[in-house]
Design a protein around this ligand. Structure first.
Ligand code: GLN
Length: 242
């Protein structure tokens, strides 16, 4: 944070931005503005260096080939890891989540190293692709309401001992390992399989990122009626019998 201005970095929109994930940046920006914070937003394309001075970094999902290219470039760039070492907050979705782990299987069927910012490892699921609405209970210490999102991935993600599951699914697959976990986090680095975009469906997660960035325990209330209506609609749709 500098001069009441929050630096928000949207990483590689040219490679990683499926299923409306860019909405995550809009929601963080909007909810910060509503609290009187100015947001300096940097959309960093994959041919540009990632700034190290961001407060919050957002990374979206992507198809297998763009995912490999993004991982190669992020490894070469190195700045996301530097930013995390300086305390930055990272919130990643699906392909972005897999890239933050130790490794994943790339589009060539090879093991591709990730950034190792989360203690997770992704492999290719042998079963059907995980597709559909998800409901889950977010890890209790985070104090957040029910998770709603949409998943579409072939990868499955195993958590190592230092990663906490971001949520436990009530409906849907999440990490896809059969243990009921969804996503992972560790201090200031978060990963989830949820699209939706997930922060529009779960604005309290966006507020958590802002609280971490501002180092405050609470934020002024804002009008959540539109978000609540969307949540109700998606939760009802997910729980309705087919
Ligand atoms: N390519 C990855 C997978 O299928 C991630 C997909 C995504 O980001 N939606 O597992």
């Amino acid at each position: 944070m500098s001069d009441n201005s929050l630096r928000l970095v949207w990483v590689y929109p040219d490679l990683l931005s499926t299923y409306g994930d860019q909405g995550n940046a809009l929601v963080v920006e909007r909810r910060a503005n509503q609290r009187g914070l100015h947001v300096e937003r940097h959309d960093v394309r994959s041919d540009q260096p990632v700034p190290t001075s961001g407060d919050i970094y957002l990374i979206g999902g992507g198809e297998d080939r763009p995912q490999r290219l993004a991982a190669e470039r992020l490894r070469r760039d190195g700045n996301l890891s530097r930013a995390v070492a300086n305390g930055a907050i990272v919130f990643s979705v699906c392909a972005g989540y897999q890239i933050l782990g130790h490794e994943f299987i790339n589009d060539l069927g090879q093991r591709e190293p990730g950034l190792g910012l989360l203690d997770v490892t992704s492999t290719r699921g042998e079963g059907e692709r995980c597709v559909g609405d998800v409901l889950g209970d977010i890890d209790e210490p985070l104090g957040l309401p029910q998770l709603t999102g949409f998943e579409n991935h072939q990868g499955v993600t195993h958590l190592g001992p230092t990663a906490r599951p971001f949520a436990r699914v009530r409906l849907g697959k999440g990490n896809g390992t059969g243990d009921g976990t969804e996503g992972a986090y560790n201090d200031t680095v978060f990963g989830t399989y949820m699209h939706g975009p997930v922060l529009a469906r779960n604005p309290q997660i966006a507020d958590m990122l802002l609280r971490l960035a501002l180092d405050v325990n609470a934020l002024p209330q804002v009008d959540d009626r539109w978000y609540d209506a969307l949540r109700e609609e998606r939760i009802a749709a997910a729980t309705q019998p087919a």
